[in-house]
Design a protein around this ligand. Sequence first.
Ligand SMILES: *Cc1c(COP(=O)(O)O)cnc(C)c1O
Length: 415
Amino acid sequence: MNTPLGITQLEQFDAQDSLVAKRDAFVLPPNTIYLDGNSLGAMPKVAATRAQDVLATQWSQDLIKSWNSHSWIDLPGTVGEKIARLIGAAPGQVISCDSTSVNLFKVLSSAMLLQQGRKIVVSQAGNFPTDLYMVEGLSSLLGQQNCQLQLVDNNELESALTEHVAVLMLTQVDFRSGRLLDMQRLTQLAHEKGILVIWDLAHSAGALPIELDACNVDFAVGCGYKYLNGGPGAPAFLYVAKRHQADVVQPLSGWMGHKTPFSFDNKYDKAPGIEQYLTGTPAILSMSVLDAALDVFSDVDMSTLRQKSLALSDSFHKLVKQHDALAELTLLTPLSAAERGSQLAYQHPKAYALCQALIKRGVIADFRAPDILRLGFTPLYLRFRDIWHAVEILADIVQSGEYLKAEYAVKHKVT
Ligand SMILES: *Cc1c(COP(=O)(O)O)cnc(C)c1O
C-alpha cells in the first residue's frame, strides 16, 4: 500500500501545477468547489467583458453595420477555427452553429446519403439520449428501410461493424460512466468495412487532446457550454472532413449555407466549404461569448491539460478509497487512463440525496439517473486542494448521515 495522500502533498501538486494561473481567468463564487464543468463550464472573465461590449457598443451603437464592422458574419468560422485547434482539425473543417442535437441531425443525414444501399446506424446502448433520438427522427423521415438504429454494448462494438452498417455514431466519453473510447482504433475498424464514422465530442472537446484529422474521422459534433465554457446554451460545433465536403448534402439547407446568401437566389446552391452546414442567422450574443471564452485556451497545451485532469481524478479516487465511510460508493469509471475521460461516476443507492447534500455544502456535482453521482474535473480552474476538501465534505456527509435528511430527497427539474 502506498503512503496515504494528504493535504500537504496536494498543496505541493498545486505549487507544481503549470496551469494554476488559469484559475484567475474565471469568475468563481466563494466557498464553492465546482465539479460540474462537464455540464456547464464556469464563466471566463473575458466572457463578461465581451458580452458587455457586444451590447453596449456593437449592437446598441453600431447596429446593423456590425455584421461587417465587427465581423459578426464571420463569427461561426472564427469560432470554428478556435475549436479546430483543440480537436486536431486543419483549417476549413469546423464551424460553430446551432445545438449539438441539430448538428448531429445534419451530419447524420449527410453520412446516410453518402451510404446508399446501407441502412444501419450503430451506436452505444446508453449513449446520450438526444443522439439516439436524432437517429429515430431521421428514421421516421426516411423510413426504417433506409435508416435503422442498432444499439450495442461497448464490448460488442467491434463485432457489430459489418458491411451492412452505414454509420458508426459514438460519443467519445460516455456521459454517465466517463468511459473514453479509442477513436483511432474504432474509426479504422469501421473504415475497413466501408462504414462512415461520426464522433460526438460533447464530453471530450476541451477536456483532452483529440486528433480528428490524424484519426481520419469523417464527421464530428460537440458542445460549446461544457468544457469549452461558452455559457448556458452556447452554440455547438461540427466537423466535416475536407475530403467529404464536395460530395455531402445536408437537409437543413438554409440561406446561410448558400454559396452567396446575399444574392437572394430562388434556388439553393450550397457553399463549397464547411459553411454549407450553416442554416439560419447565427446567435451573435451567445456566439460572441463563446468566441471570447475560447481565448482562455489559446496558450493551453492540451496534453498538459490532460495530465492535470487525470491527476485530479486520480487524487479524488485515492482520497475516496482512504475513507472507510465511502466504501459504499462504487466507481463506474474505468481507472485506466486510456479509458477514462475527465469525470468520475460513482454508483450509490442514494446518489441523488448525496449530490443534493454536497451542493448544500458548496461542492457542486450532479446526478444522473438512476443512481449515479457524477463529478467533473476541469483542469483550468480546479486546484488539487479543492479535491481534498471535496472528498472531506463527501465523507462527512456520508458518515454523519446528513444526506438522509428529507430535504435532499426532493427532486428538482434539472438534476
Ligand atoms: C451534452 C450532450 C449533448 C447536448 O446536446 P444539445 O443539443 O446541445 O442540448 C449531446 N450529446 C451528448 C453526448 C452530450 O453529452
